[in-house]
Design a protein around this ligand. Structure first.
Ligand code: ADP
Ligand code: ASP
Ligand code: MG
Length: 909
């Protein structure tokens, strides 16, 4: 066990904080007994006040002359070294720090360098201290106490004896220094970058020392390294820093010459020094970058980045629940993924290790059994063929604004782009993506939202003359944008990838504001509205990766038909998922009084019970927003199973909002012509779908047959059919000596009619279907203009009740019996039919006579029959026949429309 001499410490002033007291080491004579505990940084508090304008003093980083006693040695670079990096969550509390120590101890490499981040949230806390202090908010003091307390408590749980004492001493000393520095910032109301870099880097100093002490507890030698002693970086013009490898290498050699026994080194991530020894950082999330630089300096055989996920996912797992782990990624792919927002890896991690071909492995500290993701050179087979999928992953960046500089005066004028971007550079804005139309009419680029104001001002000032002279028409700012990027090295050699990408976006009804494809072809980048971004991400991800089409389904009207549909979906869901990769998630059901909503999908085996017990008051607007607004599923459909005209009047709005609509409700397609035309027009222009097969003939393929004929160039001449199951039944059974009223009574008894049979006999329902088919064939017909022969005798139209009607109906039997007799005499039967005469552009509903060998004469039960006479089917019409009513077949028709929608949206067929 390492022994730490506290001789010097004992002579130092005491600091009391919390419930324990330590002594602060002020003067260091020699290196403390073991190089394992290096308290080599000078105490600075006494100098802070006088030298605030230059934190250089704080960075008189190491007094190397102190370590002369240690034997000189050269750094043995190469494969014997393994470099690990542990992110903030990995060292988030004492238990986790112990787990990390176990991983370090168990790694069989002969030499190990471990880079650690600050404990989770600590860097944020440190930035917050600065923010408070420079805002003259003296709560920075209590916030600093919280920082102290967090580390004090963690150390108490991890360490004891001398290790605890020495760590605590260091901690209190640092906190005192920070207090002094924050006080100065408070007084000045301002913190320079080097002050804040000095402050925020403390999280790493503490986590590295604690981890080193815990590793030592297991009996191994372990040295901690303050990376400011080794890593030298030079600030560059884009507010970043670039490593100075040559200088860092020199300093590392020097460091090693004084720590030549070190075989396990725990180094701080994130922090470094400038060539002038001023403390600095590698900027937010920079510990990955630190580790990569270390990997390169040590020429390690591998860099393992430990985090809280199983590796690099095909998309951010917080946004796409179906994302999958990628086994391998090329350096370029990993770079593109991280550049475009996959924060599992800092984008600058790649370059240093790529130079030496050092593989990076991303692993999960919480799941050691997961192999992780290997990032290395592109893997190719013997013929040089790049293995893997063309698109590996997707990433997004939020909070962007698009700047569009437009004008005819830009075309062919050299230097415009350079003038634009030099103006942008002057304000220090970071251009994330650029796209220029080849007409040179406009240049469009994305910058972080917080920088756009300055960019806009700079451009307006730079181009004042051009704008005034009309050479530039506008500098447009489009706020609230996000970038979505698809990344994959094999995209370069695979045609059609972008077509699939854009197709998936179009089908999810996502509007693209700008497009860029790098000439490396390793990524396709689009800019979309911020609120569309997650949906866009999910749509493209499911298209490329999962081929599982997930649809958010909202059902309006869970009555007989809606209920049957829900049961059918319940029974079929597993097969759909398994065999067709279609995931139908019913996330809302609404009746007229109650509705049930569930983001993850309603359990369809118990929806009736849930609806009763947990249903909330129905509200169609809330329902619509819920179905559309869910962030997990890119495509939404509302299925209207009512016969309600009010609900039907919402379709336009639904389609406009990008919600697909499926319905058996006839009201929209047979309602006012202008509204119908508006819906169809919108539907053609947008990528939203509207399916209504079950409006005519329930589940029979009538609309789809008609569409198929039209789309393949046939010409409809006439559509004639028995479209009402009830009227089919009545006339199929109106034979022999039976009276019509008798047949109606029997049908009513059997439940084949509406509660008031006049609703069937009036012919309105048939007239609606004729209107729908006529419009589908291209005729601009209105329901009102359709001659309809009603079978309700005029005097009975005013009957107050169905009973009264049924009672009086026999008085009118004679007329129909007479017609039947006349027909029979001519070898014919009576049938109640709807007709679309596409040549005369007319429709009608009437009682007609047909020869006994005509297909219409041979119907039985309540079957529907429809005959299409077309240019191709002129001699013999194309006939569709079968049961055209009933809950099961109607629900089946709706269900098949929902599946058709899923196939349109990309499910494999
Ligand atoms: P650490 O603190 O370990 O550096 P980060 O929070 O910086 O961890 O990065 C890990 C996080 O990155 C994960 O928790 C995950 O939510 C997020 N992330 C974003 N995109 C991806 C992706 N494509 N694959 C894996 N993780 C991702
Ligand atoms: N602790 C630093 C940060 O939170 C660096 C890192 O964790 O990568 O930004
Ligand atoms: Mg990170």
């Amino acid at each position: 066990m390492p022994v730490v001499s506290l001789a010097k410490i004992a002579a130092s002033p005491a600091v009391t904080a919390g419930d324990f007291t330590v002594r602060v080491p002020c003067i260091y004579g020699k290196r403390l007994l073991s190089n394992r505990v290096s308290l080599r940084r000078s105490s600075v508090s006494h100098r802070v006040r006088s030298e605030l304008q230059s934190p250089r003093v704080l960075g008189s980083v190491t007094d190397l002359s102190l370590d002369n006693s240690v034997e000189n040695g050269h750094l043995p670079k190469g494969d014997s070294w393994a470099v690990h990096k542990f992110g903030g969550t990995c060292v988030g509390n004492s238990e986790r720090i112990k787990d990390v120590a176990d991983v370090v101890v168990n790694d069989g490499s002969s030499r190990k360098l471990v880079v650690v981040s600050a404990m989770a949230k600590v860097t944020d806390m440190m930035y917050d201290l600065i923010h408070r202090a420079q805002s003259r908010d003296d709560s920075y003091l209590s916030a600093l106490d919280a920082v102290l307390e967090k580390h004090r408590a963690t150390a108490l749980e991890l360490l004891d004896g001398d290790e605890l004492a020495s760590f605590s001493a260091r901690l209190h000393n640092d906190i005192n220094n920070l207090k002094a520095m924050l006080r100065a910032i408070y007084i000045a109301g301002h913190a320079t970058e080097s002050f804040s870099d000095f402050v925020v880097g403390h999280g790493e100093l503490w986590s590295a020392q604690m981890l080193a002490a815990v590793v030592r507890k297991s009996g191994l030698d372990c040295t901690w390294m303050d990376a400011r002693d080794v890593l030298v970086v030079v600030p560059n013009s884009s507010s970043q820093v670039d490593p100075d490898f040559a200088e860092s290498e020199k300093r590392l050699e020097k460091w090693f010459s004084q720590n030549s026994a070190a075989k396990i080194i725990i180094a701080t991530g994130f922090i470094a020094s400038t060539p002038e020894n001023i403390p600095t950082t590698l900027k937010r999330d920079g510990s990955d970058f630190s580790a990569a630089i270390m990997g390169a300096l040590f020429r390690s055989h591998q860099l393992t980045i430990w985090t809280d996920v199983d590796g690099v996912y095909s998309a951010d797992p917080r946004k796409v629940s179906d994302a999958v782990i990628l086994k391998t990624l090329s350096y370029q792919e990993a770079w593109e993924m991280s550049y475009f927002g996959a924060n599992v890896l800092h984008p600058r991690t790649i370059i240093p290790v790529m130079k030496y071909d050092i593989p990076i492995v991303i692993r999960n500290i919480f799941n050691l059994s997961a192999p992780g993701t290997m990032i290395c050179r592109q893997i190719e087979d013997e013929d040089g063929y790049k293995l893997d999928a063309p698109v590996k992953g997707f990433a997004t960046i939020d909070n962007l604004a698009l700047v569009n500089v437009e004008g005819t005066g830009m075309a062919g004028v050299p230097g415009t782009a350079s003038a634009i971007f030099s103006a942008v550079k002057e304000v220090g804005a970071n251009v994330i993506m650029i796209s220029q139309a080849s007409s040179e009419h406009s240049v469009c680029f994305a910058v972080p939202e917080k920088e756009v104001k300055a960019v806009s001002e700079a451009l307006n000032s730079r181009f004042r003359q051009a704008l005034a002279g009309g050479r530039l028409s506008q500098i447009e700012i489009i706020p609230n944008c996000s970038i979505l990027a698809a990344v994959g090295q094999k995209m370069a050699s695979t045609p059609g990838v972008s077509a699939t990408f854009f197709n998936a976006l179009a089908k999810a009804n996502i509007n693209i504001r700008a497009i860029a494809q790098g000439c490396s072809e390793f990524n396709i980048t689009v800019v979309v509205k911020r609120e569309d971004c997650i949906r866009a991400l999910r749509a493209v991800h499911s298209r490329f990766y999962l081929s599982r089409t997930t649809l958010a389904v909202g059902i309006v009207g869970p009555g007989l038909i809606g209920g049957t549909l829900l049961d059918q979906i319940r029974d079929q869901a597993a097969v759909l998922k398994e065999e067709f990769k279609i995931d139908l998630r019913v996330i809302g059901i609404t009746g007229s009084s109650k509705m049930l909503l569930s983001e993850s999908g309603i359990d369809l085996s118990r929806w009736r019970e849930f609806m009763k017990e947990e249903g909330e008051s129905a509200n169609i607007e809330k329902f619509t927003q819920y179905v559309k607004g869910n962030h997990f599923i890119p495509n939404s459909v509302i299925v209207d199973c009512t016969a309600d005209a009010d609900i039907a009047s919402s379709y336009y709005d639904w389609l406009l909002r990008g919600i697909h609509v499926v319905t058996p409700n006839k009201k929209a397609n047979s309602g006012p012509l202008d509204q119908y035309l508006k819906i169809r027009d919108l539907q053609r222009k947008s990528y939203t779908h509207y399916f209504y097969e079950a409006t005519v003939g329930a589940g029979l393929p009538i609309i789809s047959t008609l569409r198929g004929l039209l789309e393949t160039g046939d010409k409809i001449l006439r559509i004639e059919g028995i479209f009402s199951g009830t009227l089919s039944y009545l006339f199929n059974n109106f034979v022999g000596n039976r009276s019509f009223s008798d047949v109606v009574a029997e049908a009513k008894q059997a439940g084949f009619t509406e509660p008031d049979p006049r609703d069937d006999l009036s012919g309105t329902d048939v007239a609606r279907k004729v209107t729908i088919l006529a419009r589908e064939s291209g005729l601009k017909l209105d329901l009102d203009s359709l001659p309809v022969q009603s079978l309700v005798p005029k005097p009975l139209q005013a009957c107050a009740s169905a009973e009264e009607f049924m009672q009086k109906l026999p008085q009118f039997d004679e007329e129909l019996s007479k017609q039947r007799q006349e027909a029979e005499a001519a070898g014919e039967v009576l049938r109640y039919v709807g007709v679309v005469d596409a040549v005369a552009k007319k429709g009608k509903v009437e009682l007609k006579r047909y020869k006994k060998d005509h297909p219409f004469a041979q119907l039985s039960g309540a079957d529907n029959i429809i005959a299409f006479t077309t240019k191709r089917y002129k001699e013999q019409p194309l006939i569709v026949r079968g049961p055209g009513a009933g809950a099961q077949v109607t629900a089946g028709g709706i269900f098949s429309d929902i599946l058709r929608l899923a196939f349109y949206l990309g499910a494999p067929s």
